[in-house]
Every structure is written in C-alpha cells, then in structure tokens.
Write a protein that binds this ligand. Structure first.
Ligand code: PLP
Length: 399
C-alpha cells in the first residue's frame, strides 16, 4: 500500500483491517454491501451455502441477522426474517404460505387497511382467490374453510382499528384441519402480550415500525416462523429486494431492549385512558380488550394472562362527523395527530382518512370505520397528562 498514490490510499487505507479477537458489547451497524474472504474458493463456498458468511447485503447482513436472532428468541420460533416494512413482511409471508395463482386465501374482515388492499387489489391480479370472514365467529370460519379450501388464513391478534381479538389456538386448529396454514399479524399485541407461534400459528408477522422499534424513527417488518419456512422467505426476499437496511435493523434491535418496559407502561396507561373515555358523556363507544363491554373480553383474559392488553384504544365521539373529530384532534396538545402507532409518544389517527383511507365507503361501513371513529395509540407519558389532554380537547369541541 505504501507505494501507491494518494488517491489510491484515500480509497483503501484503513479498510479491511484484520478481524479483532474482541467482541463489541452491542451489535455494530454493518454498512458494507459486500464481503471478501481469504480466497475465491471460500467465497464460492459461502455463495453455495456450504459455509456460513455474507456475500451481499440484499441477501443477508450481520446487523440484520442480529435483529432476526433476537426476534426469533423472543417469539419462540426457530428463525425470523427482517424486511423493509410491515407490508413487505405481510407480502412475503403470504407468498411463502403459497398464495399463488389458482389458490385461495381466507382473510379476516377486520384488518389494517394496507393489508386489506394488498389482499383485495394486488393478489387477485396474480390469480389468487381472496375471501373474507369474521374470524371471531369460529362457526363461520369453519364453513368458509370448507367452502373456499384456502392455503392460508390471515388474521390480526388484535385488529386494527377496532381491537377485535381472535382465538389463535382455535383458528390454528381449524386451519390445520382444513389443510391451511395460519398467518398472524401480531403487531398490536407484540410478544409481550401473546406469542402466536407457541399457540399454533405458522407465520407471525410484524410491522416493526410500531412497538418493536417504538420510537417513530425506523421502518421495518419481520416474519417469525420455522427454520424451513424462514429459509423459503429469505430466498424470496433476496429476489424481491425487500431486506431491511442495517441502520433500521440496529434501531429496531435497540428498541427491543425496552419493549417489555414500554408495553407494560402502554398497557397501564391505555387501561386508564379507556376507563376515562368510557365514563365521558361525549363518548358513545370505547374499544379496549380489558373493558367488560368488549365483545371478546373473556377471550382476551384467557389469551393475555399477564393482564396486559396493549396500548391501542379506539372510540367514537357521540354524534360526531369528520369536522367535529378534526376539531377534537386539532385541540390536542400532548397527543400528536400523526399516522402511526406503537411509539413512546401518544398518537391519534382518523382511520377513515388514514389507515383505512383507500377502502370503499361500503367497505368502511362494513368494517365499522365510521366518521365518528378515532384511534388512539397511548404512549408512555404520564397517564394523567394524556387523560387531561383528552378531557380538554373533548371540552373544546362543544356540543
Ligand atoms: N400490520 C398492521 C397491524 C399495521 O397497523 C401496519 C401499519 O400500520 C402494517 C401491518 C404495515 O406496516 P408498515 O407500515 O411497517 O409497512
């Protein structure tokens, strides 16, 4: 290196130092896109999968692997695959489950709007038959499986935005008896409330953009499943180019460390907020799984034995139209009107215009996405400050 020009030194000096014999206490962010080995035969063996290693960051990356290992351990699965977004994770899980031309998928009626649109707008153009059913009605699910013969059922443990809770073990049994696999989007519940793979689910999907990361600064997704299923997903991820970036992987890995602490606080705060809203004269309906009025109250107690029910609360403002709800949202001072959930900040969203904006009016009506509906992601601030903010904003909207 000494005999080369300054331009060459500027490019190569300091790079590719010998591998150290010490281990950093936290995972480094590996920005390198490609990797070198002692000789070409070794590189060839890594390419062939005959020895471990990395060749190209679209295939795998050490920081991403660290996140995948962490999530697999927390989820109780053999493996996990990290993707560029929650939607990428949903897409890959469906592909891996066999959603191809001529096959059918049975989805829950209540789903995040993006997932609903992916399933009703993109997959049908690829020849996939998509049917929907109320997944809280096991009789209807059983009948729909017999009629449509799906290769997979797709559900959310706690649905977005009306917080319906589904019986994962029962759905897994119905799916498996009918020759189908069960894909569960566990974004709202997180492994702190529930671990679907330990209860029969074949694929667990996350928008890691939400609670797993938790700070509103990283977009990502994960699928947790058996080693074999994850290997199939990795092959698809490689060709679709949907791997997570190393910076995001690092941020989400960092977020995971406080997930349990945050979920405890989110859940405690949300429980207090839900009770406050339920007693407020300007609120006509509150959706939160710990409330005795919740349609799956008993099931929620059974599924979530830690007495944590998550940070999401939805509610209807009595007689409100869009203008009135907007006045309420504009009047908030602590709670932020922004399009996401699961952050340390309390966030409020108008489902009809954001998470479920692209649904037809008829579909919104059927899913209960009415003009008076508000979705609140309760943060980890002091509960009394969140409640006081809601109280003053409800006062501000007038009769
Ligand atoms: N699943 C659920 C339940 C969601 O709420 C969202 C987004 O809000 C997604 C999946 C999609 O995640 P992302 O925005 O990270 O693609």
């Amino acid at each position: 290196m000494d005999k080369v020009s300054l331009a060459t030194l500027a490019v190569h000096a300091g790079e590719r130092l010998s591998v150290p014999d010490y281990t950093p206490i936290s995972t480094p962010i590996h920005h390198a896109v490609t990797y070198i080995y002692d000789d070409m035969h070794t590189l060839d063996a890594v390419f062939a999968g005959k020895r471990p290693g990395y060749v190209y960051s679209r295939f795998a990356n050490p920081t991403v692997t660290a996140l995948e290992e962490a999530v697999a351990h927390m989820e109780g699965t053999e493996s996990a695959v990290a993707c560029a977004s929650g939607m990428a994770a949903v897409h890959l899980a469906l592909l891996a489950a066999g959603a191809t031309a001529g096959k059918a998928v049975l989805m829950a009626q209540d789903l995040y709007g993006g997932t609903y649109s992916l399933l009703t707008q993109i997959f049908p153009t690829q020849g996939v038959h998509v049917h929907s059913v109320d997944m809280t009605d096991l009789g209807a699910v059983s009948q729909a499986i017999a009629e449509t013969k799906p290769i997979a059922l797709f559900v959310e443990t706690i649905s977005n935005p009306l917080l319906k809770v589904v019986d994962i073990p029962a759905l897994a049994k119905l799916a498996h008896d009918g020759g189908a696999q069960l894909i569960v989007d566990n974004t709202f519940a997180t492994p702190c409330l529930y671990r679907p793979a330990l209860n029969g689910a074949d694929y667990v999907v996350y928008s890691a953009t939400k609670y797993l990361s938790g700070h509103g600064d990283a977009m990502g997704g994960l699928v947790a499943a058996s080693a074999e299923r994850c290997q199939a997903i990795r092959e698809k991820r490689k060709l679709l180019g949907s791997i997570l970036g190393p910076n995001e992987a690092w941020l989400i890995l960092r977020g995971l460390k406080t997930l349990v602490l945050r979920m405890r606080q989110h859940s405690q705060n949300a429980n207090l907020v839900a009770h406050f809203l339920q007693s407020h004269p300007r609120i006509s309906q509150v959706f939160y799984p710990s409330l005795p009025t919740h349609p799956q109250f008993a099931l929620s107690r059974r599924l979530f034995p830690c007495n944590l029910f998550g940070g999401m609360v939805s509610f209807r403002i009595k007689g409100a139209d869009q203008e009135k709800v907007f006045r309420f949202m504009d009047a908030l001072r602590v709670i932020v009107p922004a399009t996401s959930l699961g952050d340390v900040y309390s966030l409020v969203l108008y489902p009809a215009h954001s998470s479920h904006r692209w649904l037809s009016d008829e579909e919104k009506q059927r899913q209960g996405i009415t003009p008076d509906l508000v979705r609140l992601s309760v943060g980890i601030e002091e509960a009394q400050d969140i409640i006081a903010d809601l109280a003053q904003a409800l006062d501000a909207i007038g009769e």
